[in-house]
Design a protein around this ligand. Sequence first.
Ligand code: ADP
Ligand code: MG
Length: 701
Amino acid sequence: MSYNLFETPIEFLKGVGPLRADILKKELQIFTFGDLLTFYPFRYLDRSRFFQTDELNTNMPFVQLKGYIKDIQFHGGKRITRMTANFYDEHGKIELVWFAGIKWLKDKFRPNIEYIIFGKPTVFNGKFNITHPELQAVAEQNLTTNSSLQAFYNSTEKLKTRGLDSKGISSIMRNLMIQVAGFIEETLPDGLVLDLKLMKRSQAIINIHFPKSFPILAEAQNRIKFEELFFLQLKLLKLKLIRTEKSKGFIFGSVGKHFNDFFFNCLHFELTNAQKKVIKEIRTDLGSGKQMNRLLQGDVGSGKTLVALMLMLLGIDNSYQACIMAPTEILAIQHFENIKKLLKGLDIKVCLLTGSTKTKERKIIHEELLNGQINILIGTHALLEDIVQFQNLGIVIIDEQHRFGVAQRAKLWAKNDQPPHILVMTATPIPRTLAMTCYGDLEISVIDELPPGRKAIKTFHYFESKRLLVFGFMKEQIKQGRQIYVVYPLINESEKLDLMNLMQGYESIVRVFPLPEYAVSIVHGKMKAADKDYEMQRFVKGETQIMVATTVIEVGVDVPNASVMIIENSERFGLSQLHQLRGRVGRGADQSFCILMTGNKISSDGKKRIETMVRTTDGFEIAEQDLKLRGPGDIEGTQQSGITDLKLSDIIKDEKILLLARKTAIEVLNDDPQLENPKNIRIVNELKNLNKHNTNWSKIS
Ligand code: ADP
Ligand code: MG
């Protein structure tokens, strides 16, 4: 069929026309019949349920009442501006109010007719009222509605001016149904629909817009959610399949001298069980002959970098080069210093390449990469430049994935004819369901254990008014030899104000902690790199006791002696950022503290974030909470993941459906990897259809 009914431009739908079409396109991105069909209601109301006048509360969105309209009054003198009436049922009365349409309405009411009214209850002068209720005589009711559930659609002011409020949308939806209901095609194989006891797609779509009952609605929603998640998973898993098929992976077969030297001579502690488990998982990949694409999750300080280093050594033992890409220069430098220290005495050449590497030095690095003299290259985005070419790049470690786009990940694969193994490390724990959708094409390893001897960080929340108490606490900690971070937010929109805030904070700290007894470092984004580095180094060496900084330290220095993290205006930080910042302390053996300072007034979301931080240090719990508060679309790195294409499903609330969808997608692909079996033809067609409309997945592979 060359003509697709669902691609029909929306203006051709009965009741729409060019003007409404224009607004539908602009406001809701509804261009075609198909777009409107998948514009789902956000809420339903049971119109068979009648409330009583004495059980109303202001939290009720919309209610339906049955009773009599009496005591009509007009207000506003000669020019009537307002009409009121009392509405009585057996339990009491409420007031009805109209500001418009009075002329037309005023002769319509009959005192002895029973009405059904419908609207949102509000309180005015201590009494419940409903403004501009919808009205219907009971006698007429059964004639006009055949469904007792009414769907509500999101609308906007602009849509409303063209009569497309929720009711208006519902009405054009009805016209659409009349035209297309018989043509809604199934997207899943019959066998699957049967096995999983799913509602047919056509039934589901009709019932989502015009449900017959709540149980049927639930079934309809379940079907549509399954479908959305199933195709998302299928796309991701197919991507993975294509990659493992297309690209052979280097085999890191032997454990050699470098690995063993490090393990037996340089490593001064036992690996945690979690580290051992993860290394085993990864070594299986590295021996499989397939390219590894793995996400390594673990809280700050859980020992990911160490795991990465050991894998790089394995690569070097098998005569490959390795690189680490970090999101910031500071972090790259830190990795560089750290790894050089760990590899001391071993014959391994490690180099650093960042935006500030001098041209001369850069040239040498480029050469030594090509002739294989450099074993490990550590750097920032600078590594992605085309001019950076390796002799034999075998393994790439990407730190802090959420700051790099998927496209950048792909760029690294292209550094060799045969793609290197990729290990993506993230310290921001990703809830399982999000990981499954966002990184569904990657294998996942988790380090869920901290090295022994770490004391849980104690977290407190103080209002600004307790500032002196906090200063006292700082003095006490410094007396015990500890160092302290004081972090200020720096958010682009109000940069100037924030900087002022930071400088004022710094000055007041210097007043309370004066030289020569104390020394205070300051670091912020507006400083020259050399000055930043100097200040940072003073703190690292212990020459200063307090480091006042903006979030530049978020993924920065590792100072085990720093055991207090004070976060100013903490209500302005996101949860994952707070968690990252707190992870800067708690690295040594001493009891560490995190103090969250806030103004006296905090938004309710702000309050929830602070409470979460005080309650738990579990990164996964925090990430779950973050996801709940912000929604998946706002979390960095999800934009390209296809989550934003989900119209009905919610990867948190619909976890069960997601798991089933993933399991089903795996089974389908195991059974028919190329999707060439005729029974899967619908799946193939729907994938094509989705690719036309949604996120451009070809960019990823
Ligand atoms: P991450 O990269 O996950 O933040 P790192 O690998 O940087 O963590 O490790 C944090 C600190 O813990 C480092 O100082 C590291 O040497 C140390 N460390 C790592 N693994 C262990 C272990 N098994 N036992 C003790 N200390 C460890
Ligand atoms: Mg780290």
